[in-house]
Ligand binder design. Structure first.
Ligand code: UDP
Ligand code: MG
Length: 323
């Protein structure tokens, strides 16, 4: 089915979406870099001249919002929305993407700290124009991340995979999405959002751009270990009921162990003269009931897993083209 057509899409109206939480130190550096990049891409006729930046102030407690208002006055291409309170990176990003959905041909999401090389955007746009609906930015190395950040992040990727959550390795939320991909994303109504898990499910033609991850231009990470952990657990629990199945498997394994223990207990009960009174029955009930309880919780979990999937009411299919 793979056609080798290179139908060039027209220069897109590009929206750069930036979630911002307490970024007063980074924005004065980031915004000029991005507007210059818009100018450059416009100069090469890669994007439409009315392309713009959409900042999402995620309930910052510092001067971020005032700064954005100021920048908007000086350059109307810098637009912004402000969330009523801090909802976290994923929601801020989603708010921004939904805000630009009907007002762009393609949107690129990028963090406010320029850790993700903005110049990779040029290749993203090229791939979009060659027909990709989703272009992932993937880090080619994490040299500048601290050893701790790098190893915890990698541990999370592997753990998530183990738990049944498929994500793009070393891809954070730096990606381009076409207007069509954004429309499909809008069909996911779940309130527990984990974009890195949902977007691979959307399907469509995807491609990858690699770049070197830099260190933060200014300010501190807004993603401490606690938030990373929460994101990871959210990701797993909103995509997979596998942890519950593991309870079931543990129950099965302990049931098999129970049979072995039972043989041992009964042999020593009947053939060993020194056996304590009550020991055999206690041993058998602990093992027997224990595995029964685990199997039952696992079974209930299977049903909860099904309910969970139904409740999220994810789209069951998406039509790509009609002729
Ligand atoms: N961010 C946000 N809301 C939050 C935390 C972070 O919008 O509650 C934004 C933040 O401003 C930045 C992006 O999410 O643009 C990624 O955060 P950060 O760079 O601190 O994370 P790290 O790169 O350290 O994982
Ligand atoms: Mg960062």
């Amino acid at each position: 089915m793979e056609e080798k057509t290179t139908i060039e899409r027209a220069a897109p109206l590009l929206a750069i979406v930036i979630p911002c939480y307490n970024e007063e130190e980074a924005l004065p550096i980031t915004l000029p870099v991005l507007t210059a990049l818009l100018d450059e891409m416009k100069g090469e006729s890669l994007i439409s001249p009315s392309s713009y930046i959409m900042c999402v102030d995620d309930g910052s407690r510092d001067n971020t919002w005032h700064m954005l208002q100021e920048r908007h006055r000086l350059d109307p291409r810098i637009r912004a929305i402000s969330l009523a309170h801090n909802r976290g990176h994923q929601y801020a990003l989603l708010a921004g993407l939904m805000e630009v959905r009907d007002r762009c041909d393609a949107a690129v999401s990028i963090d406010a700290d320029l850790q993700d090389d903005p110049r990779a955007m040029i290749d993203m746009v090229r791939l979009y124009r060659a027909g990709s609906d989703v272009v992932y930015g993937v880090r080619s190395s994490r040299k500048t991340d601290t050893f701790f950040k790098r190893s915890t992040a990698h541990a999370f990727y592997s753990f998530q995979k183990e738990m049944g959550l498929e994500t793009v390795y070393d891809h954070a939320d730096y990606r381009l999405m076409s207007n069509f991909a954004l429309d499909l994303l809008a069909d996911y109504h779940e309130s527990n959002i984990f974009l890195r898990g949902i977007i691979p499910q959307i399907g469509l033609k995807t491609s990858v751009v690699t770049y070197e991850r830099a260190s933060r231009v200014a300010g501190e990470s807004k993603y401490p270990l606690s938030k990373m952990l929460a994101l990871s657990i959210d990701g797993i629990t909103s995509f997979s009921a596998r942890p519950m199945r593991w309870i079931f498997y543990t129950g099965l394994v302990s049931f098999v162990l129970t049979l072995i223990v039972a043989v041992y207990v009964l042999i020593s009960h009947f053939f060993t003269a020194t056996s304590n009174p009550g020991w055999a029955s206690i041993m058998l009930s602990i093992w027997g009931l224990g595995s029964l309880v685990l199997i039952s919780i696992g079974l209930v979990g299977e049903y909860i897993g099904k309910i969970f999937v139904e409740v999220k009411a994810r789209p069951r299919f998406a039509v790509k083209e009609r002729i």
